[in-house]
Design a protein around this ligand. Structure first.
Ligand SMILES: [Zn+2]
Ligand SMILES: [Zn+2]
Ligand SMILES: [Zn+2]
Length: 304
């Protein structure tokens, strides 16, 4: 059995999406540069930590854009599963860049807790207004779309807007009161938030690389379902892993009992085909073993 239940969209739709990604990339890229330069000019580590966050966004969008075509490429004789795992590699690279950037920001911000430097509050305010407008517009544009991915991006953009609102409030406070320590405090808060998300994403990516069972698959339940038909005496070599966190691969050896006739085995295959479709596996292999056959790999693991 081998199936590809995921359709990959209409050509025109893909083109439109490509253009939207290009616009998002250039907006983020330009804005990241403005933030780094602006953050240095107004002497605010809070803005610099936001710049690191947006550098991560830019990289994520950019790599998604660059890898988009490649990772959609069909499997070939060199990469028999295709190129979808490139997206996991991209996520790990992105995480490493964000970790390096965060260490840099922390090393800048922590000494300022003891020796605070006053940022240019007016410049900070203008950058914050720009940040709220740019990120708010992005979130507002996505409000009209309803796909799962768009809603995740929307949440992300909302976080970005909230971050800039915090910078805006701090800059207003700094215009009135002389409390420069707020800048490094905000910066360290942002950076810890960035690192928390990085750790979460990195862990998810590493689990994909380590071929962990995907969180949305209950292997014990799957084994129980495989064993349900009366012609099945047992299963072994049950393996479930994920190519990229979305497209899963499944294989199993099924032991037949009582030498069922061919029609019953065919019906059994049909039954399993439905099961595999219900789980949405992108690749699946099921081996039938007859009662007198011995397993070529030796039996292992995951009894029902
Ligand atoms: Zn962001
Ligand atoms: Zn095995
Ligand atoms: Zn076997």
């Amino acid at each position: 059995m081998h199936g590809h239940p995921h359709s990959h969209g209409h050509h025109h739709h893909a083109e439109e999406e490509g253009r939207a990604i290009a616009v998002a990339f250039w907006l983020n890229f330009i804005f990241t540069i403005i933030e780094f330069v602006g953050g240095l000019m107004v002497n605010s580590v809070a803005i610099l930590s936001d710049a690191v966050h947006d550098l991560g966004d830019t990289l994520a969008i950019g790599m998604g854009w660059a890898l988009g075509k490649t990772s959609q490429r069909k499997a070939d004789s060199k990469y028999s599963y295709g190129y979808q795992r490139l997206s996991v590699l991209a996520a790990v690279i992105n995480a490493l860049v964000l970790i390096v950037g965060s260490i840099f920001i922390i090393s800048e911000a922590v000494p300022r807790l003891w020796a605070p430097e006053m940022p240019d509050a007016t410049g900070m305010l203008w950058l914050a207004v720009l940040g709220v407008v740019v990120n708010g517009l992005g979130a507002w544009r996505l409000l009209r779309q309803s796909s799962m991915n768009a809603s995740m991006i929307r949440w992300h953009l909302l976080e970005d807007v909230l971050g800039w609102l915090a910078v805006l409030v701090v800059s207003l406070v700094l215009m009135v009161w002389d409390v420069p320590i707020l800048d490094p405090i905000l910066s360290i808060g942002f950076t810890l938030f960035i690192l928390f998300n990085v750790a979460r994403n990195l862990w998810a990516s590493l689990k994909v690389f380590l071929q962990a069972v995907p969180a949305d698959v209950d292997v014990q339940a799957l084994v129980a379902q495989l064993c349900e038909p009366r012609q099945v005496g047992g299963v072994h070599h049950v393996h479930v892993w994920s190519l990229d966190g979305e497209h899963h691969v499944f294989s199993a050896h099924v032991e037949l009992q009582g030498a069922p006739p061919v029609e019953e085995v065919l019906a059994l295959k049909q039954h399993f085909r439905q099961l595999v479709m219900d789980y949405g596996f992108a690749h699946s292999t099921i081996e039938f073993e007859w009662p007198e056959e011995s397993c070529r790999h030796g039996e292992e693991g995951l009894a029902p």
